[in-house]
Design a protein around this ligand. Sequence first.
Ligand SMILES: [Zn+2]
Length: 304
Amino acid sequence: MLRKPTIATFYNKKQVCFDSIRERSYSQSPLKPYLLMERIHALGLESNFDIHSDFQPFAQEDFHLAHTEEYVNNVFNQQGNYQSNGVPWSENLLESVRYTNSAMYHAIKHSLAQPDQLCFAPVSGMHHATPTAGQGFCTFSGQVIASLKLYDEFGVSGAWLDLDGHYGNSIEDSRYFVPRLNQAIPMDCNVNPSGRNAGYVQNFREKLELVRLRILAGEVHYVVFAHGADSHIDDDLGGQCDTAHWLECSEVFTQWVADVSEEIGKPLPVTLALFGGYRSDDYNIVLHLHLASIERCRALCGEG
Ligand SMILES: [Zn+2]
C-alpha cells in the first residue's frame, strides 16, 4: 500500500523568523524551516516534496482554543509574560508562530483528506507551551490547537509520537483547560518514549502498540511523528539515542505505519514534524538528522 511519491509539505517563508535569531536566540528553531528547505534545495531533493504555501496564518482568536486570553494578548502586545517562551520577541517572530501553528493544522488536515500522501509540517516550538505561558522555546501549543480544531470540525482524534529529547508537556498540561482534549488526543496518545538506545526503541515499540489498539478501536484517526533531533546523543540539550538507534526509531515507525495500514485496510494518515534540535558546533547535523529521518519515512512512498 504505497503512497504518492511526493510529501505534501506545508511551508511558507512567513513561518520562518529571521529577526534576531542567529545573533540573540539560543534556539535556532525559528529559522529551521528555512534552513531545512534550503538544505533540501542544495541536495537536489526538491522533487520529493510537494510544497503547499497558500495556507492562511492563524488569527489571534485561534490561539484562545488552547490559551488564556491574557497570555495571547501578552504575546501579541509585547507585555506581561510575553517572553516566557525564551525566544527574542519580534513582529517577525509573532507572524512566524501564526504560520507554524497553522502549517501544523493544515498538514494534518491534508493527511486526513488524502491519506495516500505523506504530509509534513517543517515546524518546531510547540510542545512545552502551557495554557497560561510559553516555555522552553515554545510560544503556543500548536499540537493542542491543531487536534482541537480537527476534532471540532471532523470529529477525529489523533496520536502524537513525540520523539523530541524532552517530554512534551503541552498536551497533558492543557487537559484541565480544555476537557474535550481528552477526546481529541486520547490517553496513551501523547507518546514520549523513555530510556536510552535499545531501551528507548523498545519503549517506543510498546507505546506504539497502545496507539495501535486505539486505532483498531476507531478511537484514533491520524498520527503525527515529531522526530526531534535533540533525542540524539550528541545534541547540546538531549541525548537518548546514538545515530543507529535514533534512525532505528524512524524505521520502527515506518514499519508500524505500514502494518497498521494493512490492518485497517487503508493508509493511516501520517504527518511529520520537526520539533527540537540544538547543535552550537554544527547546525547542519540537526538538519541532516531530520532529513535522514524523513528519508526513512519515504519507504512508505512509491517511486515517482
Ligand atoms: Zn526538545
